[in-house]
Write a protein that binds this ligand. Structure first.
Ligand code: HEM
Length: 428
């Protein structure tokens, strides 16, 4: 998918940049309060519909039932504007999920769905568009709405503030599941979708420590404080390691099953329709790995550029993040060499080692993501399945070599920031 150039923000001073970390300090790129599980009045029916539609989503399709629900719902935009911010976010998530279910109708998805411009249920669509605009998000599902607002934890109270450190494996589960597992169905699609949502929520929870360490490293670089820089970079290394381990722990073929993922799990997350009113315009991507905050934070802390095709796609994907998340990443980008320059100029060997180890872990994660991703994209190896991600959204078997080329370019862009590399004097 071509990505329009996004002009970088004018460089902010480091103190101004550090203030942009504050809204994300406690939970990173996860929402600041635990997602609500219930909604008042007619809106609860939308939440309940997600699970109720699951058998049809695996069978004859959800569209007729969603049109009935829509007629009963009516125009609820004024009621929605009266809800609290957390309720509005929960409703945004519910409407985003229902719009994606309507868009794809059922899984496996037949190729014809890609060319369709479906007539969405009018009230649901209007409500969804209103809420998306109010949250300054594109009018399609995103990582934030489809995943980060759709989980629960035994350790947390819905609607209450929490710390990302409280979000731990074994306690997190999907909140509203659009798959179901009938007795005796050993594919356990409901369990598979649950694991897929968990993967991203848990990764982003570990990303909060990356964010905290990066802010400390930036402040230390700004104050020319060597012990603080060493400590922050060692914390950054530990955090990058923990985040990438978390991804790899769940991205195992017998956990998230590679024979089922591309046919039954992934398709729902793509969108692939143009922005309304711009028929030939660029298509909206839906939720993709590009919108993971923790890895972009690690990139920026280590000075990794965004000029490769994937780099530009990552920058473009920030439009699908919430405004405070987007503001931080965009303002940081012109300052992304600050930590690296401090390490090289006066950081000393401890800081260098920790910086280099962090960069190496990020690069190694990208290599492992490329290898594992290729297996998932192959899926069960049959033609009828499809890819639906930010950069490839076509029916048929996704192009493995195109995926590898994209990833290799990004791996090279990561590696280029090594302190050992030949580019050291030139690109400071
Ligand atoms: C299960 C198999 C997976 C496949 C087939 C896959 C595929 C892809 C593809 C095709 C892209 C390019 C952008 C796009 O088209 O969306 C991408 C990017 C990305 N994916 Fe995945 N992905 C998988 C799992 C994951 C997981 C579990 C995570 C993390 C929790 C993840 C994180 C990312 C990130 C951060 C990017 C941006 C590129 C980068 O920073 O290197 N992916 N992935």
């Amino acid at each position: 998918m071509p990505h329009a150039p996004v002009s970088p923000a004018a460089p902010a001073g480091i103190p101004a940049l550090l203030t942009l970390f504050q809204p994300l300090a406690r939970t990173g790129f996860l929402p600041p309060t635990a997602p609500l599980l219930d909604l008042p009045g007619p809106f609860q029916r939308l939440l309940d519909a997600i699970a109720a539609l699951a058998p049809a989503y695996q069978g004859s399709g959800v569209r007729a039932a969603l049109l009935d629900l829509d007629a009963a719902l009516g125009d609820r935009r004024d009621d929605a504007r009266q809800l609290s911010p957390a309720q509005q976010e929960a409703l945004l998530s519910a409407t985003a999920i229902l719009m994606h279910l309507f868009r794809w109708n059922a899984v496996p998805v037949p190729p014809v769905r890609f060319q369709e411009r479906p007539a969405f249920p009018p009230h649901l669509r209007a409500l969804f568009r209103d809420l998306s605009a109010a949250h300054d998000l594109p009018a399609c599902g995103t990582m934030h709405t489809l995943k980060y607002l759709n989980w629960r934890s035994d350790a947390l109270t819905p609607g209450e503030p929490y710390h990302a450190g409280q979000v731990q494996a074994g306690q997190v589960r999907i909140a509203h599941n659009w798959h179901v597992t009938p007795a005796g169905d050993d594919r356990d699609l409901a369990g598979q979708l649950d694991l897929w949502i968990q993967t991203f929520v848990l990764t982003e929870a570990r990303g909060q420590a990356v964010l905290t360490a990066a802010a400390q490293a930036l402040a230390a670089a700004h104050h020319h404080d060597r012990p603080a820089l060493e400590a922050a970079l060692e914390a950054l290394h530990a955090a990058v390691q923990a985040m990438t381990r978390q991804i790899n722990a769940l991205m195992r073929f017998r956990v998230v099953r590679s024979d089922l993922w591309r046919v039954f799990i992934q398709p729902t997350f793509g969108w692939g329709l143009p922005v309304d009113g711009v028929p030939g315009g660029p298509v909206l991507e839906g939720a993709s790995g590009l919108q993971l905050g923790g890895t972009q934070v690690a990139d920026l802390a280590l000075g990794v550029g965004f000029d490769s095709n994937l780099g530009r796609a990552l920058r473009h994907s920030r439009a699908s993040m919430t405004p405070p998340q987007r503001a931080l990443l965009n303002a940081w980008e012109p300052q992304r060499n600050v930590i690296r320059a401090a390490v090289l100029d006066w950081g000393g060997s401890r800081a260098r080692d920790a910086f280099e180890a962090s960069l190496d872990d990020l690069r190694l994660w990208r290599v492992s993501h490329r290898e594992r991703g290729a297996v998932y994209l192959r899926g069960d190896g049959r033609e009828h399945v499809m890819a639906s991600t930010g950069t490839q959204l076509d029916p048929g078997t996704p192009h493995e070599q195109a995926f590898r080329d994209l990833m290799n370019e990004r791996i090279g862009e990561t590696q280029a920031r090594t302190l050992r590399g030949p580019d050291r004097p030139a690109d400071l």
